[in-house]
Design a protein around this ligand. Structure first.
Ligand code: 3H9
Length: 708
């Protein structure tokens, strides 16, 4: 055996999994085979009275089934065979006849948790890297090795659906609270506690399940109560997925079926659904996104010789407004670095500190950190009206007002007050970095770090490099962005960078449709049905019409008419209708809550009388304007690869993940078809739709962005 070792100590068999050559443990075909053999030995060895299943790796218990194996599956039959063999093995583990303690440290996900659920007792460490959950639906499949059966029986249907349907991974503390694990311990004593539990189990101890979720479990026993739980879950689910993601719906049915007809029937359904979903296009695209994100975690951001990144332990943030506070707050919460704010007066600094603290408080409230960690992190936040102590900073991010003169002034001040090896970043969403860097003496250490708002929630970071940015500066910003928990793409310093560049024509098209008399609801619904989390008009209101208009102007100055926005938008701004922040935009807002469409907006923008553009036409105009721009910007080298472009669109603007990103979707539609449709749109609505040269070339040559 390569992956498993067994040692026996005083009647306890230690079954240690350490998959050779891999950073994490996962359940490969070979691991399944070996586990079967190991179980034979554990049964045969009369000396062994109980077993501890533990990992030999530092931060990974078991990260689930091997995703590469799914990718290789060619048919439903093959998928069915795979899932059945997995189920049989886990059933065997559950019925071994000897108690098993799962000693969990590090990732315990998917098939890893399903394995642990089949054990008699679960002990988990409070290591922050211990993440427990069933992320399968994020890959377009369902927990199919009994997860949809054993988890609801352990913690109640409602709590289990909360984990399964969202593909959640929770920290051990939360897993303990809901009853997924029986004991929570510091890493240092995991083995000792697991060993003691195994000893007690060997002596006939029957652990009493803690009465967590008692109300839920009572509800589960009542068929009517159960029906209500499932009906509510389904309703919420469909609202969220818009019917685009078959996996969560299948998981819901597998749980429901199993609860009604018993675990065997539930397993049959899990297997049938898994076989269908694993070879389905949606799953394939979601898996591609997983691999792209994983690859990005290792991408230093530069090609060729890769210099060492400057380790950041002191961060300076100039401008303690909403963005600055968000950046500082996430930096301290996620990367644990010392954060120094600088702003013009103490009131602003106070607000910035409060904003950053709010992020820490949120984590404390959600029990991601305890009160001691909260205090420690809080003490790392400070602020001042001067630049004293900026000499200690390894990275300074300016997040001041989007005005070139202001940025210039700040850049000069920063350069005067920092060390030579300090990286200087600008958090701008519109102004070219090269222009911001014009006033500094050493532009090679300047780049852009474009965070999205709100910083705590938005997963993407665009690192923007100019022709002069030095590689050590790029790798340092990329590495720190990752420490902040962001998915980082490196983009070229062109107007709009990547995300705003491809968003520009899309939002402008929404403006044109509005102007034409198409209703707000019709446009928003068309695009949420397409798969965006919010419609474009809602997005405009969220971003702020003034902010969107500023970005549109930058794009129009650079790229001309194709990027021109409508006059209606200007009129809305003149009228003070800036969106959510001003209490009214295209929608009405009351106490921060979005209400109905504000019909007076049509008058302000001078919309034509009610126009009935069919939904498909709205979708086509909106989506194709984005696809065309994505192909064009990629061709100009704004992003380094289709992979980065797709991840940027998915994480930056919520491009529907089930479509794989704009470039993957373009491949799916075919360049020829897209180019032809764009040509038709151009004839009907104007040159802005003319297919970009890259698409025309690809259409002629039958090319794709990704290999087939
Ligand atoms: C499942 O279990 C189905 C069952 O219900 C039913 C079956 C019948 N497979 O992310 P990292 C690789 S579905 C293959 O950089 P981190 C990863 O690609 C599975 N490979 O580290 C990377 O490879 P490389 C449900 C995997 O510390 C390397 O490990 N499980 C798998 O930032 C390091 O990964 C999941 O969805 C896998 N399962 O994060 C969990 N897991 O070095 C998916 C990892 O060649 N995994 N790799 O680039 C994760 O979420 C993260 O990788 C994890 C570690 C949190 C574990």
């Amino acid at each position: 055996m390569d992956a498993f070792t067994i040692r026996v100590e005083d009647g306890i068999g230690w079954l240690v999994l350490d998959l050779p050559g891999e950073p994490v443990n996962m359940i490969t075909r070979a691991v399944r085979h070996e586990l079967d053999e190991a179980l034979d030995r554990l049964v045969a060895d009369k000396e062994i009275r109980a077993v501890v299943l533990i990992s030999g790796k530092p931060d990974s218990f078991i990260a689930g089934a091997d995703i590469d194996e799914f990718v290789a599956l060619q048919s439903r039959e093959e998928a069915y065979e795979l899932v059945r063999s997995g189920q049989a093995l886990i059933n065997r583990l559950e019925r071994l006849g000897k108690p098993i303690v799962a000693a969990i440290n590090g990732s315990c996900l998917g098939g890893g948790l399903e394995t642990a659920l089949a054990c008699t007792y679960r002990v988990a460490t409070d290591n922050p890297k211990t993440r427990i959950g069933l992320p399968e639906v994020q890959l377009g499949i369902i927990p199919a090795a009994g997860g949809c059966q054993r988890l609801p029986r352990l913690i109640g249907v409602r709590a289990a659906l909360d984990i399964i349907l969202a593909g959640k991974q929770v920290v051990a503390r939360r897993a303990y609270r809901v009853g997924m694990v029986d004991e929570l311990v510091p890493s240092a004593i995991l083995e000792e506690v697991a060993y003691k539990a195994a000893k007690r189990l060997a002596g006939g101890w029957r652990p009493k399940r803690r009465r967590v979720g008692a109300a839920d479990l009572a509800l589960d026993r009542n068929p009517l109560g159960r029906r209500v739980v499932f009906a509510t879950a389904k309703k919420q689910l469909l609202k969220k997925t818009g019917g685009h993601y078959p996996a969560p719906e299948a998981a819901l049915r597998a749980v429901q079926h199993g609860m009604k007809h018993g675990i065997e029937a539930g397993l049959d359904m899990e297997a049938a659904f898994f076989a269908e979903l694993a070879v389905d296009d949606v799953s394939r695209r979601l898996v591609q996104i997983f691999f792209a994100t994983t690859a990005l975690k290792k991408d230093p951001g530069v090609e060729g010789d890769v210099p060492e990144p400057v380790p950041v332990s002191n961060l300076g943030v100039v401008g303690a407004g909403f963005m600055g506070a968000g950046i500082g707050g996430v930096a301290v919460a996620q990367a644990g670095v010392d954060v120094r704010f600088r702003d013009n007066d103490f009131e602003r600094i106070g607000k910035g500190l409060e904003g950053a603290r709010k992020i820490l408080k949120g984590r404390l409230k959600r029990r991601r950190i305890d009160k001691y960690e909260y205090r420690r992190l809080d003490s790392l936040l400070s602020g001042s009206t001067g630049y004293e102590s900026f000499r200690r900073c390894d990275l300074v991010i300016e997040a001041v007002f989007e005005d070139l003169d202001v940025k210039h002034e700040v850049m000069r001040e920063i350069e005067e007050n920092v060390r030579d090896d300090c990286v200087i970043a600008s958090n701008t969403s519109t102004i070219p970095i090269a222009r911001i860097a014009q006033v500094v003496e050493r532009p090679e250490r300047v780049l852009g770090m474009h965070f999205f708002s709100p910083v705590e929630k938005m997963p993407l970071l665009e690192v923007i490099v100019t022709d002069r940015t030095a590689p050590w500066v790029t790798v340092s910003a990329v590495a720190f962005g990752r420490e902040m928990g962001k998915t980082v793409i490196v983009v070229q310093d062109q107007p709009g960078f990547w995300v705003n560049r491809i968003l520009g024509p899309y939002l402008n098209e929404a403006g044109r449709l509005l102007q034409q008399g198409v209703t707000v609801e019709h446009i928003d619904k068309a695009m949420t049905r397409f798969g965006f989390p919010v419609g474009p008009v809602t997005l405009l209101d969220e971003v702020g019409l003034d902010v969107a208009q500023k970005a549109a102007k930058v794009l129009c100055d650079a790229f001309g008419d194709r990027m021109r926005s409508t006059e209606g938008m200007e009129r809305m701004i003149e009228d003070g209708r800036l969106g959510r922040k001003s209490g009214s935009g295209f929608y009405r807002y009351e106490k921060g809550k979005k209400r109905d469409v504000d019909e007076t907006a049509y008058e302000i923008i001078g919309a034509a009388a009610g126009s009935k553009v069919p939904r498909e036409d709205v979708t086509k105009r909106m989506a194709y304007s984005m696809l065309n721009e994505a192909a064009r910007a990629l061709d100009e080298g704004v992003v380094r690869s289709p992979r980065d472009g797709d991840i940027g669109a998915i994480f930056g603007i919520g491009f529907p993940p089930f479509l794989g990103g704009p470039l993957r979707y373009l491949d799916e539609l075919g360049a020829k078809r897209v180019a032809e449709t764009l040509q038709q749109l151009a004839e009907a609505y104007g040159d802005r739709f003319a297919p970009c040269p890259r698409l025309v070339r690809m259409a002629d040559a039958g090319e794709r962005f990704y290999p087939a």
